[in-house]
Design a protein around this ligand. Structure first.
Ligand SMILES: Cc1cc2nc3c(=O)[nH]c(=O)nc-3n(C[C@H](O)[C@H](O)[C@H](O)COP(=O)(O)OP(=O)(O)OC[C@H]3O[C@@H](n4cnc5c(N)ncnc54)[C@H](O)[C@@H]3O)c2cc1C
Length: 289
């Protein structure tokens, strides 16, 4: 097996395009486990960490204001240490920071979590709720795609030969907007989400929700975007939160397994929707949550 460490995006594309059995390495916390357990046997590993920009978190101006670009090899720990990013997108960062242990945090990336295409990836729902765009580079150039378009089925992505993800872009948003991510696991940590839920919302000066989005993980073959219009026009009162919970429960299509029945996962989807919306609302009002 070859180990390759390109210095440029073009070199990485050439290496990936030249060998259809090559795999991208970011943090390796999924890839190395699968390699060691014999689930995959790539002929080459392409480590993207030494490509310029891959480990940067930067602000980028757009007509809507300043958004955040997160390089594909930025570790989840680095995200948690970035005060500006934490203030702008606390829910995205908390999803990323729930992954694994301290040791795993130092290596794992949001993009690796997304490209692993597991239905329960903890960083994915908050990226979806944020309306993040994934920048994909390949032999035919660069394209920006919604997060939901990357995973297509458990373990499978829409990336084609020679393509890899170079960054995640979180769009600009006003000060009175925020987000939150919650997951349910049977243990206190180091477990896979039985359900994960992210809510992202914007308020007007009176504290009324003007826009909201919600996303669920672990209750379908891939992450789901769920209608959050139940709380738009409200101040997240009990009735609108109940309606949001009902939408989440309705949208969840989980499997039955030893970690949770279908009925339990559907119920938990509603509970987490309500709680995540309350936290996002409190944050958007400028209070600590
Ligand atoms: C002990 C332990 C605990 C864990 N706990 C959690 C948890 O709580 N929640 C959770 O969601 N996950 C968990 N995981 C899984 C894993 O840590 C995450 O999925 C992590 O985010 C993967 O990121 P990575 O950078 O290590 O990916 P890698 O292992 O480097 O890559 C993962 C996959 O994505 C591909 N890939 C990586 N980067 C790119 C790119 N830029 N472009 C295209 N393809 C790419 C790789 O080829 C590979 O197929 C855990 C893993 C371990 C070992």
């Amino acid at each position: 097996m070859k180990f390759q460490s390109p210095q440029t995006v073009d070199d990485a594309i050439a290496m990936l395009a030249a060998d259809t059995n090559a795999r991208v390495l970011a943090g390796g916390t999924d890839l190395l486990v699968r390699l060691r357990s014999g689930h995959i046997s790539p002929s080459a590993i392409v480590d993207i960490k030494h490509i310029s920009g891959m480990r940067d978190i930067t602000q980028e101006d757009t007509p809507e204001g300043s958004g955040w670009r997160i390089g594909a090899a930025v570790s989840c720990a680095e995200m948690g240490e970035h005060a500006g990013l934490v203030a702008a997108y606390p829910g995205v960062v908390e999803g990323a920071e729930l992954i694994g242990s301290t040791q795993v945090q130092g290596r794992c990336t949001m993009v690796g979590n997304l490209c692993n295409a597991g239905p329960a990836g903890d960083s994915v729902p908050a990226m979806v709720a944020a309306g993040a765009l994934i920048r994909v580079a390949g032999p035919n150039g660069t394209r920006d795609v919604p997060v939901l378009d990357i995973p297509v089925a458990p373990g499978k992505t829409s990336l084609t030969e020679g393509e890899f993800v170079t960054s995640v872009f979180l769009p600009a948003r006003p000060d009175n907007a925020s987000d939150a991510y919650l997951r349910f696991i049977p243990r206190t940590e180091m477990d896979i989400a039985v359900v994960g839920c992210a809510v992202n919302l914007t308020l007007d000066a009176q504290g009324t929700v003007t826009a909201a989005s919600m996303s669920l993980g672990a209750v379908g073959p891939k992450v789901k975007q769920v209608d959050a219009s139940a709380i738009v026009g409200s101040t997240c009162d009990d009735a609108s939160l109940d309606a949001l919970a009902a939408a989440a429960t309705e949208a969840a299509t989980p499997i039955d397994d030893k970690r949770g029945t279908i009925a339990f996962r559907k119920d938990v989807s509603g509970v987490l929707a309500k709680r995540a919306a309350k936290i996002a609302y409190t944050r958007a009002k400028g209070a600590s949550a």
